[in-house]
Write a protein that binds this ligand. Sequence first.
Ligand code: AMP
Ligand code: GLY
Length: 423
Amino acid sequence: MKVLIVGSGGREHAIAASAAKSSKVEKMYCAPGNAGIEEFAECVPIGAMEFEKLVAFAKEKSIDLCIVGMDDPLVGGLVDEMEAAGIRTFGPRKNAAILEGSKAFSKDLMKKYHIPTAAYENFTDPDAAIAYLETAKFPIVLKADGLALGKGVLICQNFEEAKEGVRTIMLDKKFGTAGNEMVIEEFMTGREVSVLSFVDGKTIKTMTSAQDHKRAGDGDTGLNTGGMGTFSPSPFYTKEVEAFCNEHIYQATVDAMAAEGREFKGVIFFGLMLTEEGPKVLEYNARFGDPEAQVVLPRMKNDLIEVVEACIDGTLNQVDLQFEDNAAVCVVLASEGYPVSYEKGFPIQGLEEFNKHEGYYCFHAGTKLQDGQIVTNGGRVLGVTAKGKDLKEARANAYAATEWVQFENKYMRHDIGKAIDEA
Ligand code: AMP
Ligand code: GLY
């Protein structure tokens, strides 16, 4: 079959690498893709939000299956547009992608269906938000309602900071229209775990767990980023935690969406916090995580295309989802200065090394082909991933592989997966 993947990051590279292993795929395209995805798919210069062009392209090439990797086009309704044109598409429709697209919606859903999450209030009026903060307990968490590249969350230590935060989100509109509405919620403490799942509208099958390192610097210091590395599985995601989430969170979310007339098909990403009172939902995403996909998909034994089709067809209950009994670590190679300011356009050496080693992957995030040479083209450049028999080995392998790649202003964290040593 002919497959079109929509997106351009390390996640889409991991999806393409996984899909390429399927005997069902005869030709793959990616819009807009990147220099690494080119290895598996023909990249076409159409942006992920150019819906009309994407649909026209899919029709022209008789695409049999479209996989939407990114959040923006999902929340914007690309799946609906593709389906209206008769293209089978993997991902939630607009009315279900709101699970990620509106934090106020997702919080109300969890409250209504008794899914454990932090206590909260929603606000559309900045004065009302400030009045609420006057009697609130600190620290407290402010969240812009809409999509904000993972940056619309402010943790405030006192009233003054929080008041400033309300201004930033709702009046200065630092996160654009995402800040028209806002959630103020209780600050929680605990370990964070990411659990991705496949959903067919009724049935949910969770994948192996993962954990992200969001801060730019070693020891979880510095600014928040899109993610500096991941590992899978998380040793903190025990059988007990999993059993609790199975009972109170996963199926409950799928059933709640169905009950609301918003049948969810695609991937639900559960951002969980393991608090003293038990696991609680920090956030939902309506897609694979980036860079979680880079450590989860390489460990999946199933044919990705078969699982994706089962989600679309509503036959996921017949799929036996299986993961390798090993571990994976992804270390992001970034441009020095990310996430604030950085130079790009530097040639990258050593990429060919990855084809010589089984169990090693170099997923491209911000690269491009320039005069026949792959050069850096973003803050996060590459996701160097390696498997190992356990997390310790996977981590040693991944860090060894980071040495294979050279480019000017290469920056990485040195402690990805280190929390595991404490487990
Ligand atoms: P979110 O985009 O909602 O996952 O928030 C981004 C990050 O902010 C999370 O990964 C947490 O580290 C932190 N965070 C979000 N909500 C809370 C909360 N209620 N309590 C503590 N930390 C939070
Ligand atoms: N790694 C977090 C995310 O994909 O949202």
